[in-house]
Design a protein around this ligand. Structure first.
Ligand code: P6P
Length: 303
């Protein structure tokens, strides 16, 4: 079954259906440039986080923005690659936030990368929470291009990009409450954060299997597809809020995981309930199987 038809079965119709399809079109376009490798090198510019942009970052952003521009129901957009949120259509019903190519620094070593998109109610993103997301669209560009679509209250569904379009692969993906896979981001923090060192020691002592690539999307994809595990990217003294962006990465991936029956926290509160203060806000993240997230937080709260 094609994405287009399955969305209608999920009750995604009208303007929201148009926006989701535009996101999928953008993913299709980005997959083309990622897999051909024709676009390489640096753009000579920096994003709002002060990171040097690859040409692929900029091209991916432009491809997705172009698809969203075609849809009258898109009010505003915000991109990790743009300095500010932008209005596309004054009468649009939805605002779309995205990281067009997450993990782009891994493209040169041919690791999997991804696109992270969240469709919110209209208006500015400031003050919004991930719990307000209507639909999340997350793509994994690996040996194959796959797509997660999470619809608020309707679960997470996976599609495979084939010559015929996005074909439904798995409905209602669910993660177990526990499972011994761990994806420990920012391990450098262990040198200054003994609580993190203790958590890593716990995972090792209990024979957890390491699954970490350095790409948030493929690393969380692993938890969703295997149905268990935990991804962490804590802060520490030098970076108390960690590295990952609340709007473009943590919020959307948390929405995806919670819709699949998992949990997501910043160490203090649910990441679904954390209001956005500014576009480049960063947040620690503990996300995955419920009991694995709870166990991870024990080490940080007790510390
Ligand atoms: P580190 C990729 O650059 C990214 O933004 C996420 O996709 C990933 O989880 C994280 O950074 C990796 O960070 O510190 O392990 O290189």
């Amino acid at each position: 079954m094609q994405l287009d038809e399955h969305l209608k079965i999920l009750g995604v119709n009208g303007a929201l259906h148009e926006v989701v399809i535009a996101c999928a079109e953008g993913v299709f376009d980005i997959a083309g440039v990622v897999h051909t490798g024709e676009v390489s090198g640096y753009a000579g510019t920096q994003n709002v986080f002060g990171e040097n942009q690859l040409k692929l970052d900029v091209v991916s952003n432009d491809l997705l923005t172009a698809e969203l521009q075609k849809v009258a129901s898109v009010h505003m957009i915000a991109s990790e690659e743009l300095d500010n949120e932008q209005e596309l259509h004054a009468d649009g019903e939805f605002s779309v936030a995205f990281d067009p190519l997450d993990g782009s620094s891994l493209v040169d070593v041919n690791f999997a990368v991804g696109t992270i998109i969240a469709i919110y109610p209209k208006g500015s993103f400031i003050g919004k929470k991930a719990s307000e997301i209507h639909v999340a669209v997350v793509a994994v560009y690996g040996p194959r291009t796959t797509l997660f679509v999470a619809v608020a209250g309707k679960g997470v569904h996976q599609y495979l990009l084939t010559s015929g379009g996005f074909e439904l692969q798995k409905e209602k993906i669910q993660v177990d409450d526990e499972g011994k896979y761990f994806a420990p981001g920012n391990l450098r923090a262990c040198a200054k954060n003994p609580q993190y060192q203790e958590l890593v020691n716990y995972w090792l002592a209990n024979q957890y299997t390491l699954r970490y690539s350095g790409g948030m999307v493929p690393d969380i994809n692993h938890i969703l597809v295997k149905g268990k595990g935990v991804f962490t990217y804590p802060g520490y003294s030098d970076e108390p809020h960690g590295k990952l962006r609340l709007l473009y990465e943590c919020g959307t991936m948390s929405f995806l995981m919670v819709e699949a029956g998992g949990a997501a926290s910043d160490g203090v509160m649910s990441l679904l309930d954390k209001p956005l203060e500014h576009l480049d806000q960063r947040s620690p993240i503990f996300v995955g199987s419920k009991k694995e997230v709870e166990k991870a937080l024990e080490f940080f709260i007790m510390g």
